[in-house]
Design a protein around this ligand. Structure first.
Ligand SMILES: [Zn+2]
Length: 547
C-alpha cells in the first residue's frame, strides 16, 4: 500500500503521547501533567492559545453525524436547513441512534453527502482553527447508513454512498486542519477502532477506544480483557505501524473497585499496547494516587509485550515497565533484563525494587502482582555509594569491615591513630543553634577486607575544646589556631570562639578536662596503643575520666 493510501504523516507529538486531558481541566492540573493535547476543550481563543503556551494543543468537540433540530449547533440552526438531514425509507428525518439509549430527543442524523451541510461544517471548523485549536475531536464516526434523501427528491448527493461521503469529508477536514497547523491532527471516535471502516483510516490521526475496560453503564470492568481489549494493537497493526494512534478512554469510578485500582489496571492495559490513556473521571485530577499517571512518561517501548507462563503481561519501555495480571490469581513476576538502573520505583506500592544483578549486564527483578491488577515501575537511579553489578560485592565488604572508635564520655575533636592515619572525633556544628549530632565523640574507618589494625589514643589528656561562636566563625578555625588553643587555660579565649567542655561544647569547661583511662569494647587494655582484628563492624571504646 502506498503512503498516499495510508494518509498523511502523523505528527510526532501525537505518536509520543501517553496520556491526555479531557474537558475544561483546571489549569493547575494541566501544568502538572505530561499531556501534549486535551480533547473536549472550550472553543474560545483564550483557552486554546493558553494551552499552546503550555506546549499543548486543544481539540474542541465536533460531530458530522447528528444535530439538534431546536437549537443552533456548530454554527447552524438546523430547523432552517432541514434539507441537510438524513432521510429514512419513509421520507422521515432519521433519528439519532442515541434517541433512546441516551435520551437524545430531538436530535437527528445529518447527511454528510449534501454540499450545504459539508460547507457549513468546514466553515465552523475554520473558525475553531482560527481560534488556535490543534484540530478537532470528531465524535460519532459511524460506518454510515443509507440516506433516501436523493431518491425521494429531498436533496442531492455528491457521492454514491454515505460512507464515501463521510470519508471524503474527513479528508477535507484533516487537510483544512493541516493548513492552519501543519502539526495539527484529526482525532476521531468510533468507540471501537477495530470496526472503523477501512475507507476512514487514511484521514485519521488518532482513533478512540471508548469505555475502555471501565464504563458508566457497568458496575464491573466490562468486556473480555483478552478478546476485546488486549491485542487491539495487533488487529490494527496495519494502521498503527504507520504512526496512527489510539486513545483509550476509560470511565473509571462506576465499579466497586477502588478508583486507584481501576486507574492502574486500565492505564497499564493501554500502555501494554503503547496506546494513549485517559481515566474519564474528573475526580482523578484531585487524587494524587491516580493523577500521578498523568504526570509520568514510560517513553517508547523497548520490548514487545511479553506474557509469562502465569499469564502476566508486561512490557519494558525506555523509562520503566508496566505489568498487568488479568488472571484471578496473584502471581510473582520475575523479569531478567539489561536494566538501565539498579532499582525500580513501584509507583502503586510506593516501594523501591532492587535489581539483583546476575552478571555485568543483566539483572532480575521480582515483584508480586495481585489478581486483576495493573502496575507501573519507573527506572530509578541507585543511591548507594558504589553501585553496579561488579562493584556491589566490594561495597558490601567495605561496609562490613568498619572500625568505629567511640569516646566515653563522648568527647569532641579527640585524636586517634589507626595504622598511622590520624582520625578526629566529630564535635558538632552550627545551624541556628549548636548541634552536637549523632556522631559526636566518634570516628570510624572502613577496610576493604578483614585484617588486624593498630589503634593509638593520641590525646591522653583532653582539655578545653575550641568552639566557634557562630557558623561563620567556624570557617576561621584552622589547624594552627586549633593547635595554639591546646596550650590555653580555660577562660583564656583566643580571638575566635570559646574554650568549652569537650563533652558539651555548649558549656564552658569548669573542671580540668579529661584523661585517657583505657579501652573497652572489641579489645580491652590500658595502654594507649592496641591491636584489633576487624572482620565485621567493630566498636572500640576509648574511656576517659575527669581530671
Ligand atoms: Zn442524504
Amino acid at each position: 500500500m502506498s503512503v498516499n493510501e495510508l494518509g498523511l504523516t502523523v505528527p510526532a507529538w501525537l505518536t509520543t503521547s501517553e496520556t491526555y486531558g479531557f474537558g475544561s481541566v483546571p489549569w493547575r492540573h494541566l501544568a502538572a501533567s505530561k499531556w501534549r493535547f486535551v480533547t473536549h476543550t472550550p472553543y474560545n481563543r483564550e483557552y486554546l492559545t493558553a494551552l499552546r503556551s503550555l506546549g499543548m494543543r486543544g481539540f474542541p468537540y465536533m460531530t458530522f453525524y447528528q444535530t439538534w433540530i431546536a437549537q443552533p449547533h456548530q454554527g447552524v440552526r438546523m430547523s432552517e436547513h432541514t434539507d441537510w438531514l438524513e432521510i429514512d425509507e419513509h421520507g422521515h428525518w432519521k433519528r439519532t441512534g442515541f434517541w433512546d439509549s441516551e435520551d437524545a430527543k430531538n436530535m437527528y442524523c445529518t447527511c454528510s453527502n449534501t454540499a450545504g451541510y459539508r460547507e457549513s461544517l468546514l466553515a465552523y471548523l475554520r473558525q475553531i482553527m482560527e481560534n488556535g485549536a490543534g484540530g478537532i475531536f470528531l465524535d460519532n464516526v459511524h460506518p454510515g447508513s443509507q440516506c433516501y434523501g436523493e431518491k425521494l427528491g429531498i436533496h442531492r448527493h455528491l457521492y454514491p454512498t454515505q460512507q464515501e461521503a463521510f470519508a471524503s469529508l474527513m479528508k477535507e477536514a484533516q487537510a483544512l486542519i493541516r493548513r492552519y497547523d501543519p502539526e495539527g491532527a484529526l482525532l476521531v471516535n468510533s468507540a471501537d477502532p477495530v470496526t472503523l471502516p477501512e475507507l476512514y483510516w487514511p484521514w485519521v490521526d488518532c482513533e478512540m477506544s471508548e469505555s475502555y475496560i471501565c464504563t458508566w453503564v457497568s458496575t464491573e470492568r466490562w468486556g473480555d480483557w483478552h478478546a476485546q481489549w488486549n491485542g487491539m494493537d495487533k488487529k490494527l497493526a496495519r494502521w498503527l505501524n504507520v504512526g496512527k494512534q489510539i486513545c483509550c478512554l476509560s470511565y473509571v469510578g462506576w465499579t466497586s473497585n477502588p478508583l486507584k485500582d481501576d486507574c492502574y489496571f486500565c492505564y497499564a492495559s493501554a500502555r501494554l499496547m503503547n496506546m494513549i490513556w485517559q481515566a474519564g473521571n474528573a475526580k482523578v485530577y484531585d487524587d494524587p494516587e491516580c493523577a500521578i499517571l498523568y504526570r509520568i512518561e514510560t517513553g517508547l517501548p523497548a520490548t514487545e509485550e511479553i506474557v509469562t507462563s502465569d499469564g502476566v503481561h508486561y512490557r519494558i519501555f525506555r523509562n520503566g515497565m508496566v505489568a498487568v495480571n488479568p488472571t484471578d490469581s496473584a502471581a510473582t513476576l520475575e523479569v531478567s533484563h539489561g536494566w538501565p538502573t539498579s532499582q525500580l520505583d513501584d509507583l502503586y506500592e510506593h516501594e523501591t525494587l532492587k535489581v539483583n544483578w546476575l552478571d555485568g549486564k543483566t539483572g532480575a527483578v521480582r515483584v508480586h502482582i495481585p489478581a486483576q491488577s495493573g502496575r507501573v515501575f519507573l527506572f530509578e537511579p541507585g543511591t548507594d555509594d558504589l553501585v553496579g553489578p561488579t562493584l556491589l560485592a566490594d561495597a558490601r565488604n567495605s561496609r562490613q569491615c568498619t572500625l568505629t572508635i567511640e569516646t566515653q564520655p563522648a568527647l569532641g575533636k579527640t585524636r586517634f591513630l589507626v595504622d598511622g592515619i590520624p582520625l578526629w572525633t566529630y564535635s558538632g556544628r552550627w545551624t541556628v543553634r549548636y548541634e552536637m549530632g549523632s556522631n559526636y565523640g566518634k570516628c570510624s574507618i572502613t577496610f576493604d577486607e578483614p585484617g588486624t589494625h593498630r589503634v593509638e589514643a593520641l590525646d591522653l589528656e583532653k582539655k578545653a575544646l575550641l568552639v566557634s561562636t557562630s557558623y561563620e566563625e567556624g570557617y576561621r578555625i584552622d589547624e594552627q589556631l586549633e593547635a595554639e588553643s591546646a596550650n590555653l587555660q580555660p577562660g583564656e579565649s583566643p580571638r575566635l570562639g570559646r574554650l568549652m567542655d569537650p563533652s558539651n561544647p555548649t558549656k564552658f569547661l569548669d573542671g580540668a578536662g579529661y584523661a585517657f583511662a583505657g579501652w573497652e569494647g572489641a579489645v580491652t587494655g590500658n595502654e594507649p596503643a592496641v591491636e584489633i582484628r576487624v572482620d565485621g563492624p567493630a566498636i572500640l571504646v576509648a574511656k576517659y575520666r575527669e581530671l
